[in-house]
Design a binder for this molecule. Structure first.
Ligand SMILES: *[C@@H]1O[C@H](CO)[C@@H](O)[C@H](O)[C@H]1NC(C)=O
Ligand SMILES: *[C@@H]1O[C@H](CO)[C@@H](O)[C@H](O)[C@H]1NC(C)=O
Length: 350
């Protein structure tokens, strides 16, 4: 895997030019532990980002690189809440896996419940994934990115935690039968991480249900003061830890505005027909093109592949070249000559 340094949160940027001060920070706050987990932090963050890109493939906002820098252009929208949650979850996930795989000296499986009755007909046993370890280290390093005391930092920390809770909420119980030849009179069970896709799917639903935090404007403007912290405590009190929250409405993701890190949907690909598409996918052209005032352009490309391959004894394979037309659909600007040029049919930020 290749990593573009600017894509990574600052804590992974020890080797990046101009970021020496961050490395210095960590050198002072326990670099030995940091170095032990550096690879896992990097892999975890990267898998979070990849999952984000997968989950938002057919959304107007598709998790662009500008959005996955955890420092810099800071906003607290519904989308940044997802980036925070999935990154924190990714780090926790990889560390938990590392632990169960025996990659790390200082942790292993969670066997604390082994031998105890879990439910009717089953006992805890085997190697349960040690999520508490992963959670602790993720908290320590990912949450350290939020140095601020303002409402935005508090929202980011809340969303990090919601991501970690998603890892726990999606865990599965796996059981093995014991007893006289498969009678399964006794089972031992352990809890295991879901695959990471399951966590991404779970958090995508949380994204769609994210709640806007209503912080009193006047108190919010108070900045760092006790007044503003009081407003925060009031506002957070009503939101469960598992839910994603945001402060600002999403910008119009149809529109391109590079200085805001927005690319717009012009040039994006969408899907129209095809088997096994979900409703969300089938509506992608409407969402990305039509509702953004763009039209769908069909682009055909000829792709040459090998086909009709025959095996000749021994050992030769002869194939024909077959050309196949591949159709892609891309959002493009309406021509100015079209009567309905630039009439936007945009509804909502999706
Ligand atoms: C943790 O797991 C990841 C891949 O899942 C691997 O790249 C990394 O090296 C592991 N960490 C350690 C300390 O072995
Ligand atoms: C981009 O957004 C900024 C801030 O809202 C605004 O001032 C600027 O005019 C926008 N640029 C374009 C090209 O829309």
């Amino acid at each position: 895997m290749a990593y573009t340094p600017w894509l990574l949160p600052a804590f992974l940027c020890m080797m990046c030019p101009g970021h020496a001060w961050i490395a210095g920070n960590f050198l002072m706050t326990g670099s030995k532990a940091y170095l032990t987990y550096a690879k896992s932090l990097q892999v975890g963050t990267q898998s979070g980002i990849e999952e984000c890109k997968h989950q938002f493939t057919w959304d107007r906002w598709n998790c662009p690189e500008s959005a996955v820098q955890l420092k810099g252009l800071r906003r607290a929208t519904r989308e940044t809440s997802f980036v925070h949650a999935i990154s924190a979850a990714g780090v926790m996930y990889v560390l938990t896996r590392n632990c169960s795989m025996g990659d790390l000296d200082n942790c292993g499986c969670d066997v604390s419940r082994n031998g105890k009755i879990g439910g009717q007909g089953w006992l805890w046993g085997g190697c349960s994934d040690n999520v508490d370890f992963g959670e602790r280290i993720s908290k320590q390093y990912v949450d350290a990115q939020e140095s601020g005391q303002d409402s935005r930092a508090a929202v980011n920390l809340h969303n990090n935690q919601a991501g970690r809770l998603a890892v726990k909420a999606t865990m599965k119980r796996i059981c093995r039968c014991h007893g006289m030849s498969e009678s399964c009179s006794v089972q031992t069970c352990w809890s295991q991480l879901s695959d990471f896709r399951g966590i991404g799917d779970y958090l995508k639903v949380k994204h769609s249900q994210a709640q806007k935090l209503d912080i009193d404007k006047k108190r919010k403007r108070a900045g760092n003061s006790a007044e503003s912290r009081g407003a925060l405590v009031d506002a957070f009190g009503s939101v469960p830890e598992t839910e994603l929250i945001y402060l600002e409405d999403s910008p119009d993701y149809c529109k391109r505005n590079i200085s805001l890190g927005l690319y717009g949907t012009e040039g994006r690909e969408c899907v129209q027909h095809g088997e096994g598409l979900t409703q969300w996918e089938r509506r992608s052209c409407r969402r990305l093109c039509h509702e953004c005032g763009l039209r769908v352009e069909e682009r055909r490309a000829e792709v040459v592949t090998s086909c009709n391959c025959k095996f000749h004894w021994c050992c030769k394979v002869n194939c024909d070249d077959c050309s196949q037309v591949v159709v892609r659909h891309v959002c493009t600007r309406r021509e100015a000559t079209e009567g309905h040029a630039l009439r936007r049919r945009h509804r909502g930020p999706k």
